[in-house]
Design a protein around this ligand. Sequence first.
Ligand code: DGL
Length: 198
Amino acid sequence: MSIGVFDSGVGGLTVLAALRQALPQADLLYLGDTARVPYGTRSAQTVAAYASDCARWLLARGCEQIVIACNTASAYGAEPVRQLAQGRPVHEVVGAGAAAAQRQGGQSGIAVLATRGTVGSGAYAVALAEALPQTPVREVACPLLVPMIEEGWYDHPAMDAAISTYLGTLSGFDYDRLILGCTHYPLIKARLQAVVGS
Ligand code: DGL
């Protein structure tokens, strides 16, 4: 089975690693569109066009399934990618994130950290309202995180300052689940946990 996986950059490697573990026999082809990263600050039309380009590239190389390993591209590009795939399975990550929060269960709200594009799309708001209609949701756009992650600034003081500022906007909101609504963010999970726990 040949599966094409794409993201704007290194973020989708977190999804690729999970796929490799779950499907050790699968033939995985990864495309990181590092020439055009970040997607999260671009218009809906641009992201949809970039996602279509990535899918075309993977389909032309014989991929039988596509994984959109990018929340922003999932929010804006899932439909055009499905059309291009012509019936081949297309998997996206926003629905998967909402389903994981539902499985986890909880007593209070859900906070979502994501790109400006993903937050602006309302994709998580819709998916979470469907999965967990009674649960309060607060989304935070974190536009500085992806560029710093692409630069490898995982342990840079600027990273901690940005994380503290973004998480600070959640003060007063009662939540017990935090969705990393961008596939780049698991790469700084330790830093996020340090700030959430402090
Ligand atoms: N990793 C991506 C996401 O999940 C894209 C981030 C970006 O390029 O801004 O949204």
